[in-house]
Structure formats: C-alpha cells, structure tokens
Write a protein that binds this ligand. Structure first.
Ligand SMILES: [Zn+2]
Length: 339
C-alpha cells in the first residue's frame, strides 16, 4: 500500500523525517479529547454534560429520524412536537430549522467531527450510524456544490445555491432539491445526478496510479531531484518485497528493518516535496486502498474542499421537461496542475 507523505510524517517514528508545519490545520481543541462528548450548549436528548440520555427526549429524537425516512417533512415534525407540548432544548417551540439541526447532528449517532472527519465517541447513541447517514442526506442536507459550482448562464463566476421545488400533489410535501443561480431564476437543476457526476469524477481522478503526484508542490525547489529520489526509493521497496516473497530462507526481521529504513527516507523526501494545503485535503483519499469508500467517509465540508481543490464545476441549463439527465450539462474543468 502506498503510504502518504503527510500521514507518514505525522506518524513517523523516524527522527530524520521532516516535520513541516501544517498551516491552516486546526490544532486540537481542548474540548475534543478522544471520545468525550463535545462541550457547548446542551443537546436535546442528552444531559447537560452530554454523557447520558434524557429518555423521553431521546425517544422523540429517534422518532424524528424514523419519521424523516418514512417521508415526513421537517415542518410536519415540528408541528407534531409542538402540538404535543414538547419544547426544544431552549424551552421554545420547534421550527423547521431546529428539527433540521437535530437531524443533521452526528452526535446522535455517537460520532463527532474532528478535522473534517468523523470519529466515534463514547456516549450512548440514539440512532445507529446508518440511519443518521441516510437521513442526513435527506431534505435537510446541504449539498455538495452549493457555493462551489458556477452558474453557466451568468458565466461570470456567480455560484449556485441550493433550494427545492415542491413535489407533485399527493407526495405529502416531499420536495426535489435543486441548485439555483444565486442571482436570478434562469437556472434550476436537480442536485442528485449532478452531485453523482462530480463525485464520480473526483473518485476516478483520485484513484489514478499517478494521483499521489497531486500532492507534490511543483514550485518547490529541487522538485525534479527529489522526485527522482522518491521513484528510486519506491522501486527499492518494491524489489526488496519481491525478493522477500521469492526467497524461502529470507530473514523476516532483516527485511522489515531494511524496508523501514527506506520508508523513513522516502517519507523525508516526500515531505520536502509536499504541497501542504493540497496534501492535507487530498491525502486521505489518494492513499486509501479504496478511494471511493474514503470519499464517502469524509464529512460534507471536507468533500467540498476536495472538489474545490481539483476542479471548477459549471452547471449549464438542463433540457426542458422530463428529458433524462445529460452529464454534458455539468462542465468539470481541472484546475491548473490537477488534470
Ligand atoms: Zn446565473
């Protein structure tokens, strides 16, 4: 498996490995000790310290998740809670927005965000992770390309925002999520096939054998020399591994020690070449055994950052009526050096 420059530098046991600072990477917040509930305002369903359930509230939260999966609307759920005299954590009636906040909150699935990724916590869960993931992609979700993709009608850098269109009569308020031009009404496109097209592009690009080159800063001094060194070191690791596999009498400890030394040197070389900002955003996918899964495991914010790092996305008007989705109506142009 290809190990990332950054991941390896971060976890390096080698005193020679360079440890470049990572600008923009947030330091660990004091409240994010592993597994502890986040501090801050009380979360509906939990005690003030976040460590235990408030049973009645927890049951309501669970019902909301299940109601959403069954097709209920956020306003309908708010009306139902308000009708039964159940108030939110601030003692106020529920609204579309406060319900939405509940359904998007990863804490109910026992997860918390840290540096753009989800980590398991040690407090009691109210819904399982699969349920939370299914609903957090539902009507209340923000979309991958809001504020990122550009309106192809304006064609001047104006971005799209998300909105929705009411469903046909009889769908009980279910809506179709849309990307709309931020300025005026000339563009409205269904979000799902567009997100799918862009996700496919990202995963395909980051699964290429040369994807690791995206982490390299072409403007760093001595890039060519370092790249040649890295290629040589990688091929030494490969040939050592092949030799070891072919030789029944080989000494496993010796093999391990040798590869460890070479890998430490490789980490050092890669760290000198790394484009820190790009590496920080892309490394988890580029170096994953299964880039598609690694992509799905990222939080939405992090996915947005990946798209913005790789390409400009422009949405052109769709065909009128019920014409099938045309992938050519999504223009994906790689940014400089990212093609
Ligand atoms: Zn526009």
């Amino acid at each position: 498996m290809q190990v990332s420059p950054v991941a390896r530098v971060g976890a390096s046991r080698s005193p020679t490995a360079a440890r470049p600072p990572s600008p923009g990477a947030p330091g660990p917040a004091r409240s994010s000790a592993p597994g502890l509930p986040p501090t801050g305002p009380r979360c509906f369903g939990y005690t003030a310290d976040g460590a235990e359930l408030v049973e009645g509230e927890a049951a309501e939260v669970k019902d909301c998740f299940h109601a959403l999966l069954a097709g209920a609307t956020l306003s309908g759920m708010a009306a139902d809670l308000n009708g039964r005299g159940i108030l939110d954590r601030n003692g106020k009636p529920w609204s579309h927005n406060t319900i939405r906040g509940v359904l998007l909150n990863e804490r109910y699935a026992g997860l918390r965000q840290y540096r753009g990724e989800l980590h398991p916590g040690k407090w009691p869960v109210i819904v399982d992770e699969a349920t939370w993931r299914a609903t957090s992609r539902g009507p209340g979700r923000r979309w991958l390309l809001s504020g990122i993709a550009r309106c192809g009608v304006c064609d001047d850098g104006t971005t799209v925002t998300s909105g929705s269109r009411g469903g046909p009569k009889g769908t009980r308020g279910l809506t179709t999520p849309l990307y709309r031009c931020r300025k005026t009404k000339h563009l409205a496109r269904g979000t799902e096939p567009i997100d799918f097209t862009v996700e496919e592009y990202v995963i395909r690009r980051l699964s290429r054998p040369d994807a690791v080159d995206l982490l390299v800063d072409e403007t760093a001094p001595r890039t060519e020399e370092l790249r040649a060194k890295a290629v040589a070191l990688r091929s030494r690791i490969r040939s050592l591994t092949d030799e070891f596999a072919d030789d029944d009498d080989a000494d496993a400890a010796e093999f391990k020690a040798a590869t460890r030394r070479i890998k430490a040197r490789l980490a050092n070389v890669e760290a000198q070449m790394a484009h820190l900002q790009r590496a920080r955003i892309l490394v988890d996918i580029v170096t994953a055994e299964d880039p598609a899964k690694a992509w799905k495991d990222l939080t939405l914010d992090r996915q947005c950052a990946v798209v913005e790092t790789l390409a400009t996305v422009t949405l052109l008007p769709g065909r009128p009526g019920r014409a099938p989705f045309d992938p050519r109506s999504v223009r994906i142009e790689p940014l400089q050096g990212m093609g």
